[in-house]
Design a protein. Structure first.
Lengths: 361, 384, 342
């Protein structure tokens, strides 16, 4: 007769839970890891306390003159005093509400986008937004004072360049992508040449070209605004990159989709517009956000052709003889703004990627 | 007629024909206007300016250059400086990117998070801003030459740059240089031999210690064979500046830092996603075959990861090269700064000069995409 | 490779297109300006005394005054100017490409610029020469002692050519640090990136007052070049060229004749035939330029004569405190000499 003895109850595996275990597992599992952890902590200590001391503990926030910056740390007074310049450039202060209104409209539009279902309505709304935005910022009608583009500057110009760049480049990018995927040899080689040419040269040379050579292309009397020329250059540049990403999307569409569209007798444009592009764009969106981030960073280059975007405005303000020596504060401020925008966009794109991934499993 | 229009082939040809006509008309319009504008404004055309005297100085030049040289020479100086900064940036960014990418996958939580923070931070800040920060904030804060930071009286850092000793170019120097090349070749040959042996006999051969040994031993041998006559020229403060040795200008340093740090984030991401893309099953299969961790990494994971990671990395090399044109913001004399900048301004022939500059970059990128094609072809999974 | 061959074909096509067509267009800057309602004038924008933007956003300086004078001559209103701030690199192409109608940005008149760039210099509004500024602590008394120095300068100017010539002819070596804008040059000098700042002498004084400690820097006595600075217009439009030229000469002649902002109204009734012709009371000189015959009246009323403009912007009464020197009239020991209004 078999004898069954009661097995001793095992203790709960306490040493696989809790902070201590986590620490051991994640930070001190091997001698190498211990060393790496020590290195990591050293780096943190080397970077964070001095920065906090400079940017917060020893820094000056209050006041309005250079003399108020008596602590050894950062002089945020400089940023506070110049913030209008950073945000709006030389835009007349009495008219700045117009820009703020455009910002406000943007948020209203975003909220509407959340509740609107119809895509065509969304597109229409976006178009209306851009038109209204342009007239509000530029002025010159309905009693609004005209503000010439050489007064535009700061963050506002950065946003204008980035937004207009992307929006203007998108249709061209779609056409180029379709051209590159086309079966017509001449169309394809024109698209390939354009895309590869633009992608092969730095943005700065394109900006030089659009600011110096472009006026020579048109008859005497036809002149473009400096900003418009930069925008043309940026849109031309960006279109090539957008095209490449959309092409990636196009390639991911199974051949069956094309054949099915052909089989039900759709024309080329119907096929592309109704069947292929909606799917391809969906695939391409995360990458397109990536392109937008890159473009947003690239807007700083307009400084080199003499436009005053946010970064250029900071440099200009730091060259003010009264505020000499506070360049660092300005750079930290710009860093924060760019980082905030770019990081939120890249998080957004990761979210989109996850959301769109579900049906591609 | 209408039936003809419904024919897809005919329509295709017609559509292409119209596009070509439109494009040619557009180019003709532009060309016409340009010629008219140039003629009317009396702007000189042609490439004669390339043989004209430049007349201005360039601080850093890998080839000999004086003010009496031509604009053509300026072009080459700028081009070489572009290639130099691109090469240095690529090497450093690859090293840093590899390290950060591997650290991101570290089991150590703190290190993985730090590496991630690095990537998230630096890739989201415009390169131009980083460049200006290094140049205007960090390197400007260095002391004046008379109060330089000195290390062993051989290396000096001040607001004029980094100074370090440089050996004179004599027989010993070149022998040692040659010995490195020989060691490299020998190591490659050894590696090949060991791979072949492994395929034939299954026996392992540790190449690394041998290769390391060669890299240490050969230069030492070369030193004595070459007459043991290695003379260094040391930087020393004379008059306004340091003389002797080699200088890296602040412009060069700032550009190197900015390009390296920025591009490394993208390379790190490529490395990480390459390694992560190798499916888990592959690693498990390797383990179940009884391969050690090191063997599974070397023989199973890395060969597949490299195939995925290399194309984006090469693209980043191309981006780095193009981004080196930002040098014009700090005045490092590469092609955009000296040729599309100073020369353009002296001779004023914008079309020719900007086209030449664009062609340089276009040529580089065509060369790189040829390299990429070759790599993709070579790395294609050979299905048996 | 298909791609490469396409590119080659495309570029060949472009070259072919570029080399064929050749229709000339008529150039009439004056009517363009009148149609626009303002003069597009290229200036520096960051150079005290010559052209700088005040904290109120208003441009001022001796170069700016010339833009205003031309606007006053064309429209009777000195405010009808659209300023385009240009760096040294962009300025000439901006003019060639038609982005601006005239350039008044301390630009040196040289043979090459005049002959091969499709530009015309419409006179000299400031006679300058290139000099050096160093820190007093270096103990340098003469430019001849600058062997081995690092030199900061603005790129895209005649400055870098003059420096090269000067050091070469004196068998000295130097290290060049070049920047795009004067602000960068000044910062480079101030933070010690270089020992010497070189530029036109007038600019050196202007830049020096921007330093945190102006007294610690001195301008060396050597003047190493001739720098006649003046307004520039595009070649091929003689009418516009004459307008800019004679506006400047008008201001010089007004100083010579003693016509000022204050007395211009009274001078309309003078008997002096020179002044009568200048102010358009007698003859139709202005109409020959395509302007009103009394085009100089608003110029003098709103901008002033050359001497007034000089004193207010760069002269002894301004922060720059530059003496007239070469820029005095020919009959007062200088070399400013304007052809007569006749």
């Amino acid at each position: 007769m078999a004898v069954y003895s009661k097995v001793e109850q095992r203790r709960a595996p306490s040493n696989t839970k809790g902070i201590l275990h986590w620490l051991r597992d994640n930070l001190f599992s091997t001698p190498l890891n211990v060393a790496l952890t020590a290195l990591g902590i050293a780096i943190l200590f080397w970077v964070i306390p001095p920065f906090v001391k400079w940017a917060y503990t020893d820094a000056n926030f209050a006041g309005s003159t250079r003399e108020d910056c008596s602590g050894g740390g950062a002089c945020w007074v400089f940023v506070r005093m110049k913030i209008d310049m950073f945000m709006y450039g030389f835009y007349p202060s009495a008219e700045r509400w117009r820009i703020n209104t455009v910002y406000g409209f943007f948020f209203i539009m975003m909220v509407l986008f959340k509740y609107l279902k119809s895509a065509s309505l969304k597109i229409l709304l976006a178009h209306v937004y851009f038109i209204v935005g342009y007239f509000l910022v530029s002025g010159g009608f309905f009693g609004l004072e005209h503000v010439p583009t050489d007064k535009w500057g700061g963050l506002m110009l950065t946003i204008v360049v980035a937004a207009v760049g992307i929006v203007a480049a998108f249709p061209l990018g779609v056409i180029l992508a379709l051209g590159r995927a086309s079966h017509l040899p001449i169309i394809r080689s024109i698209s390939v040449t354009y895309i590869e040419f633009i992608r092969g040269v730095p943005l700065i040379t394109i900006l030089f070209m659009s600011s110096i050579i472009l006026p020579l292309f048109f008859p005497e009397g036809v002149t473009f605004d400096k900003l418009l020329r930069a925008l043309i250059g940026i849109a031309m540049f960006e279109a090539a990159y957008i095209a490449e990403n959309i092409r990636g999307g196009l390639q991911s569409i199974p051949k069956g989709q094309y054949e099915a569209a052909d089989a039900i007798g759709l024309s080329y444009w119907q096929k592309m517009g109704l069947v292929i592009l909606p799917q391809a764009l969906k695939v391409a969106i995360p990458n397109l956000v990536g392109v937008s981030i890159a473009l947003f960073q690239d807007t700083t280059l307009v400084m080199i052709i003499g436009l005053f975007d946010l970064l250029a405005m900071v440099r200009l303000s730091a060259a003010d003889s009264y505020w000499l020596g506070y360049e660092t504060e300005g750079y930290v401020f710009v860093t924060f703004i760019f980082w905030f925008f770019c990081y939120s966009m890249s998080n957004f794109s990761q979210k989109l990627e996850k959301r769109f991934n579900t049906n591609l499993r | 007629m209408l039936a003809l229009l419904r024919n897809q082939k005919v329509r295709g040809i017609l559509f292409q024909f119209l596009t070509v006509v439109g494009l040619v008309a557009f180019l003709w319009y532009i060309g016409n206007n340009t010629v008219a504008n140039i003629e009317q404004r009396g702007i000189q055309t042609g490439f004669d300016f390339l043989s004209g005297t430049a007349g201005f100085g360039i601080d850093q030049s890998p080839i000999s250059y004086t003010e009496e040289d031509t604009h053509g020479r300026v072009f080459w100086v700028g081009l070489l400086n572009t290639l130099i900064i691109a090469f240095v940036g690529i090497v450093l960014a690859t090293l840093l990117g590899l390290v950060i990418g591997i650290l991101r996958l570290s089991k150590n939580w703190l290190i993985a998070k730090l590496a991630r923070t690095y990537v998230d931070f630096f890739r989201n800040i415009p390169l131009l801003l980083q460049l200006l920060f290094w140049y205007n904030v960090v390197l400007r804060a260095m002391p004046s030459p008379k109060q330089s930071y000195a290390f062993f009286d051989m290396f000096f850092i001040n607001n004029r740059g980094l100074y370090f000793p440089l050996p004179d170019y004599n027989t010993t120097f070149f022998m040692i240089l040659g010995s490195f090349v020989v060691a490299l070749m020998a190591s490659l040959a050894l590696n090949r031999w060991s791979n072949k042996r492994k395929e034939n006999t299954g026996q392992d051969f540790a190449v690394l210690p041998w290769a390391l040994g060669m890299f240490i031993l050969f230069p030492i041998l070369a030193y004595f064979l070459g007459g043991a006559n290695l003379v260094f020229s040391f930087p020393a403060l004379m008059g306004f500046n340091f003389k002797g040795g080699k200088t890296l200008s602040p412009e060069f340093l700032a550009l190197t830092f900015a390009l390296t740090i920025y591009t490394a984030t993208f390379i790190a991401e490529a490395v990480r996603s390459g390694i992560e893309a190798v499916s888990h099953g592959q690693k498990e299969a390797a383990t179940s075959l009884g391969l050690s961790n090191y063997q599974s990494l070397k023989l199973v994971v890395l060969p597949q990861a490299i195939r995925i990671a290399i194309p984006p990395i090469i693209n980043q090399y191309l981006n780095l090269t193009k981004n080196s044109s930002l040098a014009t913001a700090v005045g490092y004399p590469e092609i955009v700064t000296v040729f599309a900048g100073t020369s353009l301004n002296q001779v004023g022939q914008a079309i020719e000069i900007i086209m030449m500059t664009m062609l340089v970059y276009l040529f580089i990128s065509l060369a790189v995409s040829a390299l990429l094609n070759w790599f993709n072809h070579k790395m294609k999974i050979k299905e048996r | 490779m298909m791609l490469r061959s396409t590119i080659v074909k495309m570029s060949l096509a472009t070259v072919a297109v570029l080399s064929f067509g050749s229709t000339t267009l008529s150039a009439d800057t004056l009517s363009d300006v009148q149609k626009n309602g303002f003069v597009k004038c290229g200036v520096d924008g960051g150079l005290p005394g010559f052209s700088e933007v005040g904290s109120d956003g208003v441009y001022k300086g001796i170069d700016v005054d010339l833009c205003r004078a031309v606007a006053a001559a064309v429209f009777g209103d000195a405010k009808k100017v659209k300023y385009v701030a240009l760096n040294a690199k962009e300025r000439l192409t901006a003019l060639q490409s038609g982005e601006i109608d005239m350039l008044s940005r301390n630009t040196t008149w040289t043979f090459t610029r005049d002959a091969s760039l499709g530009l015309n210099f419409a006179g000299v509004n400031y006679y300058d020469g290139q000099g050096f500024m160093v820190n007093k602590k270096l103990g340098v008394k003469s430019a001849k002692e600058l062997d081995g120095a690092s030199i900061c300068l603005q790129t895209g100017t005649t400055t870098e050519l003059n420096v090269a010539d000067y050091f070469r002819s004196n068998k000295m070596k130097y290290k060049l640090v070049s920047y795009d804008t004067n602000d960068q040059v000044l910062k480079g000098y101030e933070t010690g990136r270089c020992d010497v700042l070189t530029s036109d002498q007038s600019q050196l004084y202007g830049l020096r007052i921007k330093l945190a400690k102006p007294d610690e820097s001195i301008v060396l006595p050597e003047v190493i070049s001739k720098e006649p600075l003046g307004p520039v217009v595009r070649q091929g439009d003689d009418k516009w060229f004459d307008i800019v030229k004679w506006t400047l000469y008008g201001m010089l002649n007004a100083e010579e004749a003693g016509v000022t902002t204050a007395n211009v109204d009274a001078m309309l009734k003078t008997d002096n035939p020179d002044i009568k012709r200048l102010l358009g009371v007698e003859g139709q000189l202005g109409e020959q330029l395509g302007l009103k015959k009394d085009f100089m009246v608003p110029v003098l009323k709103q901008v002033g004569n050359y001497g007034e403009s000089f004193e207010a912007t760069v002269g002894v009464g301004s922060p720059l405190k530059i003496a007239r020197g070469y820029n005095a009239l020919w009959n007062k020991g200088g070399i400013q000499y304007a052809p007569p209004f006749r």
